[in-house]
Design a protein around this ligand. Structure first.
Ligand SMILES: Nc1ncnc2c1ncn2[C@@H]1O[C@H](COP(=O)(O)OP(=O)(O)OP(=O)(O)O)[C@@H](O)[C@H]1O
Ligand SMILES: [Mg+2]
Length: 285
């Protein structure tokens, strides 16, 4: 779906760059991109959707180099949520905001209206709201709805949950997870929030100083303290606790634990096992 082949890019009049990036994101994957401030995460997002073009190497979107297709064509395949929703929102009402991308796609009016009605319901939005007078969380939801209403095959989400409270964050992440699982939406999510990454992403890319230093299953990367340390990222609390509990153990018992539910289930299972062994001991004595 998205492939970087030996991609290097440097901002004009700046030392900041990404160097020799090679990565391949397949259809239907849910990938997180992590790294400290200034590591180049947003730069990779902008290279992915054609807003920036590589100095050397090639970015392929669905098999075609981004340099060979117009930005409007890229937008049909890849939706992009900016790190700051106010850079995205440009219309005076939520309804107009949702219609904006659909009109550019040239869809028939009836379909535009159907999709808008559907998105208003799914994201609990009012079509008459003036976006700029809404809260940060609502503006984030409006921006995300205006991306997903176009039904792209790939979404690139730059810090999608910034400014959202816990309930809003969970609702949006569950919705994205459903689209990923049931409709095969490919997701590339940039995030600083390791709790979020370890709970939702299946694969994690680790970036530091414009270079990719890690790429693997979320379970493996989220427990690789040395790698996370190199990227100046702290592990999420539950995987960190799981690592502590397994420290020095011959038979690790928490190696598959990444979420609160998994920790709870594992502790209940171990307690049950402990109780039944104690019961057996009592029966024997
Ligand atoms: N338009 C620009 N011109 C010059 N340098 C830039 C520009 N945009 C970003 N940079 C620099 O490029 C580097 C990578 O920036 P980028 O925004 O990709 O980092 P990031 O990983 O997204 O950081 P953050 O976590 O703060 O969002 C940084 O050193 C940044 O200062
Ligand atoms: Mg950024």
């Amino acid at each position: 779906m998205l492939r970087f082949e030996n991609v290097s890019f440097r901002y004009p009049h700046s030392d900041s760059s990404v160097e020799q990036l090679n990565l391949h994101i397949h259809k239907g994957e849910f990938v997180a991109l992590i790294g400290s401030n200034g590591a180049g995460k947003s730069t990779i997002s902008r290279l992915s959707n054609g807003l920036l073009k590589p100095d050397t190497g090639t970015v392929y979107l669905d098999g075609t180099p981004t340099t060979a297709i117009r930005t409007s064509q890229i937008a049909r395949k890849a939706g992009f949520l900016f790190q700051n929703p106010d850079r995205q929102i440009c219309q005076n009402t939520v309804r107009e905001e949702l219609a904006f991308g659909l009109k550019l796609m040239g869809l028939p009016e009836a379909e535009i209206q159907d999709r808008i009605a559907d998105a208003l319901g799914r994201f609990s939005l009012d079509g008459d709201w003036f976006p700029f007078s809404r809260s940060r969380g609502e503006r984030q939801r409006i921006a995300l709805a205006s991306v997903l209403v176009c039904r792209p095959q790939l979404v690139i989400l730059d810090e999608p949950t910034t400014g959202l409270d816990y309930k809003e964050c969970t609702a949006i992440m569950e919705y994205l997870t459903r689209l990923n699982r049931e409709e095969g939406l490919t997701i590339l999510m940039v995030s600083h929030d390791m709790e979020l990454v370890s709970q939702y992403a299946k694969r994690v890319l680790v970036l530091t100083g414009g270079r990719l230093i890690g790429d693997g299953a979320a379970g493996q990367i989220m427990k690789d303290r040395a790698l996370l340390g190199k990227a100046h990222v702290l592990p999420a609390q539950i995987p960190a606790l799981a690592l502590r509990l397994d420290e020095g153990k011959e038979k690790p018992q928490f190696s598959d634990v990444f979420t609160i539910e998994e920790m709870f289930d594992t502790i209940c299972r171990l307690r049950k096992k402990g109780d039944s062994e104690a019961g057996k001991g009592a029966a024997l004595s």
